[in-house]
Write a protein that binds this ligand. Structure first.
Ligand code: ATP
Ligand code: MG
Length: 412
């Protein structure tokens, strides 16, 4: 891969996460290559190559079963003396009024490429031809001292791309690094810039934040640096009003981390269901009490999702099942007659049952509901009949208010 680029007369290095992770003794999955070749030149050299991205034109090259992301050396500043625009356009790095980089396709030298990367530990280059590491920004020292440090002036770099704030939270949690104090300082002022990130990009980032096996630590880092409130504002408000929701979110993330550790499947739908549940429950409790509980839940779910989507573009394939998980919560309580058998057949039963267990684990009293379903699933047909018969008949439509002591009571 690198050899072919070098043979064609280009410079090429492995860089980024895989060098960082390898130096730290972590397994690393994807490879990033930095090269002096333009995207077009890269594409011509490899059969299975595709130019992707707009903000950032990179080439995806498939090598065997691996996907390698190849980026052309870039300069970070339009004013850079060595920067050369791509030959086919007069493109410059474009910035918004607040200093956000809108496009970043100004090509540059290797040293400039190092400077425009986010953190020092992500800017270590490896030359496989010479078996040599190149470090222009002190990344190796920061690896040794386990420090996450942004390259250049922290406030400027976070303004250029506010997603770097989320990446900071992700890396300190994932690597168990300390955030350099000068890097941390501007976060207290700049965190609200996250609101300007397109929801589609935030969705990608949120998955990376929560599905890497260190979700709890990441949540703590996000909360400490005022970032969580911009990803899930309604949930943050619920947590602020009642700390039992904090316990609920933590429990959800503890379970997620455990599942990843045990190689069990983690679905974004379940995660979003859990992260938005505090908002749904608060909205439901505020809902006018007339009418059936199901309707209040449905409307609250719809409202919460609509509001959440303004920040994070959750695709339908995840939001629809999240909604089903929520709507199954009261249904799992009404399990008399043949209902329990029908519920077992529901495609979202397993997730909804896990969700009941999660609610109970975080301290909510559901009258042994999780335990009942655990037994019911394991039971033979006779025992199931007995269990269903022992459940009190279809309860008369309950007054929702009577279930909660306070309109905004938490999960306990
Ligand atoms: P991982 O793959 O474990 O998520 P990574 O560091 O490889 O971590 P990628 O998103 O794959 O992250 O990016 C590859 C490299 O590109 C990074 O190591 C960094 O050098 C650079 N990079 C990525 N995102 C940014 C950004 N927003 N600003 C500046 N440089 C970035
Ligand atoms: Mg990577």
């Amino acid at each position: 891969m690198v050899a072919r680029l070098v043979a064609a007369g280009h410079q090429a290095f492995i860089v980024g996460g895989c060098i960082r992770d390898t130096l730290l003794g972590h397994p690393s999955k994807d490879f990033d290559v930095a090269t002096s070749a333009t995207p077009e030149e890269v594409k011509q050299l490899f059969r299975r190559a595709r130019i992707v991205g707009r903000r950032f034109r990179i080439v995806h090259v498939h090598v065997g079963r691996e996907l390698v992301e190849v980026t052309t050396f870039r300069a970070s500043h339009a004013a850079s003396p060595h920067a050369t625009a791509p030959p086919h356009s007069s493109e410059q790095a474009r910035r918004s009024q607040r200093g956000m980089l809108l496009r970043d396709n100004v090509f540059g030298s290797l040293e400039e490429d190092a400077e425009r990367r986010d953190f020092t530990i992500n800017a270590i280059y490896y030359d496989p031809e010479r078996d040599e590491l190149l470090d222009f920004v002190g990344g190796l020292e920061d690896i040794a001292s386990r420090t996450l440090r942004i390259i250049g002036d922290p406030a400027t770099r976070f303004r250029e791309d506010p997603v770097r704030m989320l990446r900071a939270a992700r890396f300190i949690a994932k690597l168990d690094f300390a955030l350099d104090p000068a890097t941390a300082a501007p976060l207290a002022q700049l965190h609200a810039l996250l609101r300007e990130i397109p929801p589609a990009r935030l969705f990608d980032e949120v998955l990376k934040l929560l599905m890497t096996g260190r979700a709890l630590a990441t949540y703590e880092a996000l909360s400490r640096h005022h970032l969580f409130q911009h990803l899930f504002p309604d949930t943050a408000a619920a947590i602020h009003a009642d700390s039992r929701w904090d316990a609920f979110v933590r429990q959800a993330l503890i379970n997620t981390d455990l599942r990843i550790k045990n190689d069990q499947r983690v679905t974004p739908a379940f995660l979003f269901a859990a992260l938005l549940w505090p908002a749904v429950a608060v909205a439901e409790a505020r809902h006018p009490s007339a009418g059936p509980q199901e309707l209040a839940l449905q409307q609250s779910a719809a409202d919460v999702l609509t509001r959440a989507m303004r920040h994070i573009a959750i695709p339908r394939r995840f939001s629809a099942p999240a909604r089903e998980i929520w709507e199954l919560q009261p249904r799992l309580e009404r399990r008399s007659g043949r209902r329990a058998w029908q519920l077992l057949e529901h495609p979202r039963f397993r997730a909804a049952y896990d969700f009941v267990l999660l609610r109970e684990q975080s301290g909510e009293d559901l009258g042994g509901l999780g335990e009942w379903w655990t037994r019911f699933q394991a039971a033979g047909e006779d025992e199931r009949e007995q269990m269903a018969a022992a459940v009190k008949g279809p309860a008369p439509p309950r007054r929702r208010r009577s279930r909660r002591r306070k309109p905004e009571s938490g999960p306990a």
